[in-house]
Design a protein around this ligand. Structure first.
Ligand code: 26Q
Length: 827
């Protein structure tokens, strides 16, 4: 049934209740009268899943029947969060379900919270993939995601009493997962190790045999679109032993060997690597990457072959988006299939490959660019290493023809970096193997073109290198996480919610209401209730009482030196001592602030872990100080997750996005805060710049040096280090407090403080004074309540650009060349 562009599943409350009770009996084997909260969640989820499955089937049948060009989003990470609420919203069943569940005696919100997050990602890149899937389905685009079904997602973060991060496993599948369908019939063999023998028959073909063979089995996750029947697929691969255990070894009495082989196969998809922004060359990670790309490509090609078209038409039916370099092995793998298995000639195969793939870069930090040691690659993937050498040979010959005799250029551009050991540069391979390359915000894309891939722009031409500024789905990041604000917007715009949630530029209609006092009061009251909701959450989960009559100041993201949580905590310490030096009368005029941090550190990233420790110990001191605690409180919320973000973001007055200029490719939480009427305190970096362009410079708080200055500043630190006491006395005082033991044993923090005292690569010293000045401007602005609310309304109103619908349409039109494939109402 279609109503005002919104498909609601044609069900009433009693149908839902029947289905729920039926699942309690037949799926859970329990009784409704003694069902606990988890059981209620499970029954609700199974019931919603039935509806999703119908749409999923219609959608997949439509794709098969009409055979449109499809796109595939290859990502090693999908940070999905919870599904039930989102599925209900997208199906248009939320209100009826709430009624049904409450009639049965359960609280709806509590029921939703029984679901564990699907946290198959580290941060921004993984959450971006999840937002993009939501938008593809909502835009009725024929797009599937491909990833890995990790048995353990990102680790659970615990904070010890000393403030140390401890990691615990995330057994997210322990309560069973109603949102996935095991496909026992969708399996592929994947080979590792062994030998590759080139055939001396002039075809360039080779045989790859021996080694280890494992099985990839598919699990399908339904991705419903908002207000449409379109329900796409996220296919996640699980690794399994080819045989339960090796019979030969078993018969030979080698039971342990047989079990070890089985374990080694299962190990491939057992855990998500919790590292971001590092390349560290572990064999198991390489196996994950190949396992996943090989299974995904085999699956994509099997589907293409059902169309009965010659291979050369592949680019007319298939576009494959590479989410960073993690799936780059798909490029040599497709070459291997086309040459060794499909008997194509090298040039024809390369022509197909370079029209199928698209590469998105997510970082320009040199330490984060993926490289794999040649000896490891040769060992694990001998045939692929041959192919990479061949690609490199032909490529460097072409460069030599265009720039004769330029040996430095050849060395810079080669797929192989010289050294001990030699390494394969995955970004170079992804770039030359793709139709187009893009960065994720204007500044970042410009940095890609002028720094890490400059030589490739010179060689291939600028038109291959574009930009698609990231986006976020307004369904989860406004309607779901901030239902009251969503309702106020719907009422104010006098539009069906389905209209503005799918055309986010409609939010501009809020602008005139910034001048309306009654509207501002409603807007502010919702922010206040969201703060209380957060305070309640913190009280229930951590037992802490937070005051809500203060500005909420939030920095939540992975802990990393380049993101500069250090700058924030040093600023908090500076503020604390400033408060202590005031008279009570002076203090009473100060803006009250509650500062929140949350985020995980990579388990082996010691400096990041020390940053957490410092935050926790500063919090301990500050929150206990009777002189200042009314004016400044500080909290580190453990175990940051999508679900925690959904509570924190709507409660924020100001959020911090303060990376050293030129280091944060885009950022996406900046967009989430601003969409929810939180203002932005940031550096001139990533998508902050485009947010400021949209909402206006007077509605954001910018500080710090600009990207072009960064290189010189770093050089100065290295070769003309000025002592911090001279360059920035305010910062020097703060560092002295820390090393002097104001927050526990000062010696502990020395390695962290030394990063600033020594080369200060991320320019804390250079930006500290302007950061403190920006914080003071924020305080001053906040004291003018009405003006602040106006800024908040204007910010939300101008965030339309940052819908992931806009971003995904850019990919569909300018990259993939795909079109919507609507599912007919009566299939
Ligand atoms: C690489 C090799 C080995 C192990 C792990 C990795 C790895 C894993 C994850 C490297 C990087 C990541 C994640 C990167 C990431 O999240 N990047 C962020 O992407 C966002 C979406 O485009 C941007 O908004 C952020 O600016 C960017 O930091």
């Amino acid at each position: 049934v279609w109503k005002a562009g919104m498909r609601t599943v044609d069900k009433d409350v009693s149908d839902i209740t029947k289905s729920f009770v039926n699942h309690v009996h037949t799926s859970l084997a329990r009784q409704p009268y003694n069902l606990d909260g988890l059981g209620a969640y499970q029954a609700a989820a199974l019931s919603v899943r039935d509806d999703l499955l119908i749409n999923w089937n219609h959608t997949q049948n439509t794709y098969t029947r009409t055979a449109p060009k499809r796109a595939y989003y290859l990502s090693l990470e999908f940070l999905m969060g919870r599904t039930l609420d989102n599925a209900l919203l997208n199906l248009g069943l939320k209100d009826k379900f709430k009624e049904s569940v409450e009639l049965l005696g359960f609280n709806f919100e509590d029921t939703l919270e029984k679901e564990r997050d699907a946290a198959l990602g580290n941060g921004g890149l993984g959450r971006l993939a999840a937002c993009y899937l939501d938008s593809c389905a909502s835009q009725e685009l024929p797009v599937w995601g491909y990833g890995l079904r990790y048995e353990y997602g990102i680790f659970q973060q615990l904070i010890s009493s000393e403030g140390d991060q401890l990691e615990a496993p995330d057994p997210w599948l322990a309560n069973q997962n109603p949102w996935e369908l095991p496909r026992i019939d969708v399996v592929y063999d994947v080979r590792f190790y062994g030998h590759a023998e080139r055939l001396e028959d002039g075809t360039g073909r080779a045989l790859w045999h021996g080694g280890q063979e494992v099985l990839a089995m598919a699990y399908d996750v339904m991705i419903p679109g908002y207000g449409t029947q379109s329900t796409n697929n996220l296919r996640l691969w699980e690794s399994k032993p080819k045989r339960g255990f090796d019979l030969n070894s078993f018969n030979a009495g080698n039971y342990e060997g047989a079990v070890a082989a089985s374990n080694s196969a299962q190990a491939i998809t057992s855990v998500l690597y919790p590292n971001d922004h590092t390349s560290f060359g572990k064999e198991l990670r390489l196996k994950q990457q190949y396992f996943w790309t090989a299974a995904s490509l085999a699956d994509i090609l099997r589907r293409f072959k059902n169309l009965d078209k010659p291979m050369r038409y592949l680019p007319d039916y298939v576009a494959i988006q590479l989410n960073d370099t993690h799936p780059t092995l798909a490029i040599p793998e497709l070459m291997r299939i086309l040459i060794d298995e499909e008997d194509l000639r090298w040039d024809d195969a390369w022509g197909i490959v370079t029209n199928v793939f698209f590469y998105t870069n997510h970082t320009v930090l040199p330490e984060a660019l993926e490289k794999w040691a040649v000896p490891l690659m040769e060992f694990v993937l001998p045939r692929h290493m041959q192919i990479i050498y061949d690609i490199n040979l032909f490529f460097l010959q072409a460069v030599e023809r265009k720039f004769p005799g330029d040996r430095d250029r050849l060395a810079r551009m080669s797929l192989i970096e010289e050294g001990f050991p030699k390494q394969v540069r995955m970004a170079h391979l992804a770039c030359i193997g793709s139709r187009k390359v893009n960065g994720v915000a204007e500044l970042h894309s410009e940095l890609v073109r002028t720094t890490i891939l400059k030589d490739f722009v010179d060689f291939e031409g600028i038109s291959k290198f574009g930009n698609v500024t990231n986006g976020i789905t307004p369904r989860r990041w406004l309607d779901q996480c901030n239902p009251e604000l969503s309702a106020l917007i719907t009422k104010t715009l006098k539009l069906d919610k389905a209209v503005w949630l799918k055309d986010l530029t409609k939010l501009e209609g809020l602008l005139p209401f910034a001048e309306n006092k009654a509207f501002r009061a409603e807007w502010a009251a919702i922010k206040q209730r969201n703060k209380e909701r957060l305070a309640h959450y913190v009280q229930v989960t951590l037992g802490l009482i937070i005051r809500t009559d203060a500005m909420f100041d939030v920095q939540i993201k992975r802990i990393h030196e380049y993101k500069r949580q250090t700058l924030n905590i040093l600023g908090v310490i500076h503020r604390y001592y400033a408060l202590k030096n005031m008279t009570p009368a002076q203090r009473s005029k100060i803006n009250r602030r509650v500062v929140f941090f949350a985020g995980k550190a990579a388990p082996a990233y010691h400096i990041a872990k020390l940053t957490i420790r410092l935050i926790v110990n500063v919090a301990r001191v500050i929150n206990a100080d009777p002189e200042t605690k009314e004016f400044l409180q500080l909290y580190f919320l453990p175990d940051y997750s999508v679900s925690l973000a959904e509570v924190l973001i709507p409660a924020s007055d100001i959020s911090q996005h303060i990376s050293t200029a030129g280091t944060e490719a885009s950022g996406t939480s900046n967009m989430k805060f601003c969409l929810n009427g939180g203002l932005l305190l940031g550096t001139v970096d990533g998508a902050n710049i485009e947010i400021a362009e949209e909402v206006g410079e007077d509605n954001v708080f910018f500080f710090g040096h600009l990207t072009p200055a960064v290189e010189d500043l770093r050089y100065k630190h290295l070769y003309h280090g000025i002592p911090i006491d001279q360059q920035c006395p305010a910062l020097a005082d703060v560092l002295k407090k820390i090393s002097g033991g104001a927050f526990g044993d000062g010696g502990v923090y020395e390695p962290l403080l030394n990063t600033i005292r020594q080369s200060d690569y991320y320019l804390i010293t250079d930006d500290f004074d302007s950061y403190i000045a920006a914080l003071e401007m924020v305080d001053e602005a906040y004291l003018d309540k009405e003006e602040w609310i106006k800024k908040s309304i204007r910010t939300t109103a101008k965030m339309g650009k940052f819908s992931s619908d806009r971003a995904i349409n850019e990919y569909a039109e300018s990259y993939w060349n795909i079109e919507p494939c609507p599912v007919p109402a009566e299939p």
